[in-house]
Design a protein around this ligand. Sequence first.
Ligand code: NAD
Length: 359
Amino acid sequence: MGVDKKILVIPGDGIGQEVTAWGQKVLMTIAENYKHNFSFDEGIMGHVAIEATGNPLPDETLEKARKSDAILFGAIGHAKYDNDPTLKVRPEQGLLKIRKELGLYANLRPIKLFDELLEASSIKPEILSGADILFFRELTGDVYFGEKKRTEDRNTASDLMIYHRYEVERIARKAYEAARSRRKKLCSVDKANVLEASRLWREVVQEVAKEYPDVETEHMFIDNAAMQLIKDPKRFDVVLTGNLFGDILTDEASQIAGSMGMLASASVGDSTGFYEPIHGSAHDIAGKGIANPLASILSAALMLDISFGLKTESLRVIKAVETTLKQGYRTMDIANKHTENHLVMGTEAMGAKVLENLS
Ligand code: NAD
C-alpha cells in the first residue's frame, strides 16, 4: 500500500536550483516505482525571494512549508551579500527563520564514505574505510541564541552559552532512538570539565541513557573528539552534541566523506522535516552545469527514511548512487586525478545516470 505525502521543494539560489531538480526527480521515480503518491509544490527563499518580494522568506513559502510533510531544500546565497556585510535584508535570514518557525531542533548529518571515493578524501584510505557516523547537532540553543553583549566602550563582548534541560532531553532521545537502529553506540560530546552548560548537558544525557540500557554510552570532551574523529573515525556510531561543537565537528567530519557535494543533512523537530545538502549556493560554479547533484539526491533518500519511514526506498536510492560511482561516473569535485577510468560529467548527465540505476 503506497503512502500519500506532500513535498515542498525550495531550490533557493545558485547551484541549489541545479541540484534540487535531481533530488525531486529521484523522489518522483521512487513514487512511481513503489506506487506512492507524492505531490509537489514549489516555494522561493533566499536571494531569489528578496529579488521577487523583498523578503528572504515570503509568508506564502512559510505557509506552504507548514502544510507539507517534508521539504527538499537546495541552498541560499549570492555573492552580492558575501561582499557587503552591511546589507540588512539577507538570504540566510530566510533559512534561520524557517528553521525557527518549524521548530527544527535536531540536525542530523550522516557521514559515510562510499568505498569508490576512498581516494577522493584528504585522509588516508585505511583510516577512513568503514567509517559510518550519524551526527545529532542541537540546532536551537547554545551561544547562537544566548544573550549577546558589548560594553559601551566596544572593547568587551560576550555570548551566553545557554541550555535548558528540555532541549537536551528531546534531542538526546532522538539520538538514542537512532542508535538503537544502528550499532547501538552513542558518544555525547561536551566540555563538562570547564563549562556549566556542558555539565547540565552531561547530567541530562546520563539520565536519558538509563532509558536505553541496550545502547553503550560514552562521554567525550570536544577537544578530544575533534582529534579522535580524524585519528580513528570508525570508533564512532552516533555522535550527540550541542550547537557550537556540532557546527565545528560536522564540518570537520565532511572531509571523511570526500566532498561537500556528497553530503546530505536533515533538520527535524516534532513536525515537518527539512532536507538539504550541506553545501551552499557555490557562486564559483553556479550556472556552469557542473555541480554534483548527489548530495541533493542523498537528501531525498534521508527524507524517505526519516520523514516517511520508507527505509527500503531510501536504501534503493543510496544503492543507485553507489552503483553510479562503481560504474566510474564522477562530477568534477569527486573525480580522482590518479585513475583514468573515470567518466567525468556534469550535473544533468550524473543525475540521469542515477535515475537509470534506480529504474
Ligand atoms: P559552498 O558550499 O557554496 O562552496 C564551497 C566550495 O565547494 C566551492 O568551491 C564550491 O564550488 C564547492 N561545492 C559546493 N557544493 C558543490 C557541489 N554540489 N558540487 C561541486 N562542488 C561544490 O560554500 P561557500 O563558497 O562558502 O558559500 C557560497 C554561498 O553559499 C555563500 O553566499 C554562503 O552564504 C552560502 N551558503 C549557504 C548555505 C546553505 O544554504 N545552507 C550553506 C553554506 C553557504
